[in-house]
Design a protein around this ligand. Structure first.
Ligand code: NAD
Length: 497
């Protein structure tokens, strides 16, 4: 097995210092689709040194903002040019449909364009009135320094872009470590940054494992900021590792996201159809491997039977298959490990009294050699069940019911996470009341899943620290500096002598 050169350090593509390699599996059939370099601590150290040198001595942090924005726009154009190839690669690597892969590439392109515009608009600093004509006081923004960017396997390119675009816009240098399961499209993205003209050493990538490369990036004293997207368990390790060097930490972690449906949203046939359709989409898009998946359906008791019956019927009709095949609606789970985890949660839910209304099994027959699992609806669930409290990150939807608005809000907030949630109602007053009371970073009213690059994304509680996208997503990558200039210096005479 000879590895491709997927480690990029100081402008050079290399294999791992140790010579190790890793096979990347196609989740649709568990065959090897690529072999990448399996970097280790030595590679992480080399990449950090390159990023450090590029920050301390290189031109990028001092490049005029208009040029930095121009580079981001060129990257966006290259993404547009490579849309089909990248969308296909992301689809095969992460197991999503090709159409989802294409949409991801569009969103990545839009993130680069957004941060190019934002940094141009927010480059001026702020003059502060110091109360005297003799004082000129201004707050400016500078890059943080060397950024370690660690990303998960479900939206590899998209999560990378939410970090890379603002980091570069602000003038930082970085080392990215993509998920060891799905590194392929991120390697391509680094090649596009190079093609767009980014100076050597600004963008570095080390493919490798979390416990070695990721942990090293989080602890290394020459890294100024670590931005991590992934699970809660790894996120807390990253935060601990970053503590000794007091680096800035941004965490985008998991979610256990409520989708609250009031009966009044379903009074018309059209309303009912929309709410059911969107509940399916909320829970099962990308086989539920979405941090903001609407994996908890919290429904008004009077509507339960009709709604869950229709939902289960449609869930059984979802067409599974390889993401590149026409007509396929859901791909496989990303790995054997994720499949086993999902099966474990369903088994524990059934043992705890949940009622299976759809799925609960692997599909049978040819074409399902990979990590496929049928979209699963579990009725009669309650807070005591592990499947209701913990993030499954698979195609599993639990159903809980409420009678009053207060009960609905209490259930929706009864989670240690707080990433996203939705409320479905025809009553505008109720919609705003409930949205105001939900302790989640994003609240949708009569919708599920859309996000905007202009709007902050992130979580309350154990869903994370900090925000990506929006102005706050750029602020993560900048330090504020107050420059106070005395135009008429005089002695203070505090000390008599
Ligand atoms: P994960 O935590 O297993 O891995 C995420 C990344 O962290 C990978 O690159 C991994 O190699 C690395 N890593 C693992 N251990 C590490 C350590 N000790 N130190 C440093 N890095 C380490 O997560 P995953 O399974 O790849 O992704 C799924 C998780 O990501 C889910 O919990 C999901 O909710 C979350 N997620 C959150 C968002 C968000 O925006 N909040 C978006 C996407 C995914």
């Amino acid at each position: 097995m000879s590895a491709q050169q997927t480690i990029h350090v100081g402008g050079e593509w290399r294999t791992a210092a140790s010579g190790s390699a890793r096979e990347i599996l196609d989740p649709a059939d568990a065959t090897v689709m690529a072999v990448v370099a399996e970097g280790g601590v030595e590679d992480a150290d080399a990449a950090i040194a390159a990023a450090r040198a590029a920050f301390d001595q290189g031109e990028w942090p001092r490049t005029p903002v208009a040029e930095r924005a121009g580079l981001l726009r060129r990257v966006a154009d290259l993404l547009q040019r490579n849309r089909e190839a990248l969308g296909l690669l992301e689809s095969r690597d992460a197991g999503k449909t090709v159409e989802e892969g294409r949409i991801d590439v569009d969103c990545v392109r839009d993130a680069f364009r957004y941060f190019a515009d934002l940094v141009m608009n927010e480059s001026g600093g702020r003059v502060v009135d110091a109360g005297s004509d003799d004082i000129h006081s201004v707050v400016v923004h500078e890059p943080v320094g060397v950024c370690a960017l660690i990303t998960p396997w479900n939206y590899p390119l998209l999560q990378a872009s939410w970090k890379i675009a603002p980091a570069l816009a602000a003038g930082n240098t970085f080392v990215i470590k993509p998920s060891e399961i799905t590194p392929l499209a991120t390697v391509e993205l680094i090649q596009l940054l190079e093609e767009a003209g980014l100076p050597a050493g600004v963008a570095n990538i080390v493919t490798g494992a979390g416990a070695s490369v990721g942990a090293r990036l989080a602890e290394h004293p020459d890294v100024d900021l670590v931005s991590f997207t992934g699970g809660l368990a790894s996120g807390t390790k990253v935060m601990r590792a970053a503590a000794d060097s007091v680096k800035k930490v941004a965490l985008e972690l998991g979610g256990k996201n409520p989708n609250v449906v009031f009966a009044d949203a379903c009074e018309s046939d059209e309303g009912f159809d929309t709410a059911v359709d969107q509940a399916l989409n909320a829970a099962f898009i990308h086989s539920g491997q979405v941090c903001s998946a609407g994996s908890r359906l919290i429904i008004e008791e009077s509507l339960r039977e009709r709604f869950v019956g229709e939902l289960a019927r449609r869930a059984e009709n979802i067409r599974l298959g390889r993401g590149t095949e026409a007509g396929v609606e859901c791909g496989p789970l990303v790995s054997q490990q994720q499949l086993a985890k999902t099966e474990g949660y369903v088994a524990s839910a059934l043992a705890e009294g949940a009622v299976l209304r759809a799925g609960g099994r692997r599909p049978e027959g040819d074409g399902y050699e990979g990590y496929f699992y049928r979209p699963t609806v579990l009725d009669q669930c309650h807070r005591g069940m592990r499947v209701v409290r913990e993030e499954v990150f698979g195609p599993v939807l639990t159903v809980e019911t409420f009678r009053t608005e207060d009960e609905a809000v209490a259930l929706a907030n009864d989670t240690e996470y707080g990433l996203a949630g939705a409320v479905w109602t025809a009553d505008a007053g109720r919609a705003r009341r409930v949205a105001g009371r939900l302790r989640h970073g994003t609240v949708w009213i009569n919708d599920f899943h859309p996000y905007l690059p202009q709007a902050e994304w992130g979580g309350f509680g154990k869903s994370g620290i900090g925000r990506e996208l929006g102005p706050a997503g750029l602020a993560e990558y900048r330090e504020a500096k107050h420059i106070y200039q005395n135009l008429a210096p005089r002695p203070v005479r505090w000390f008599a002598g």
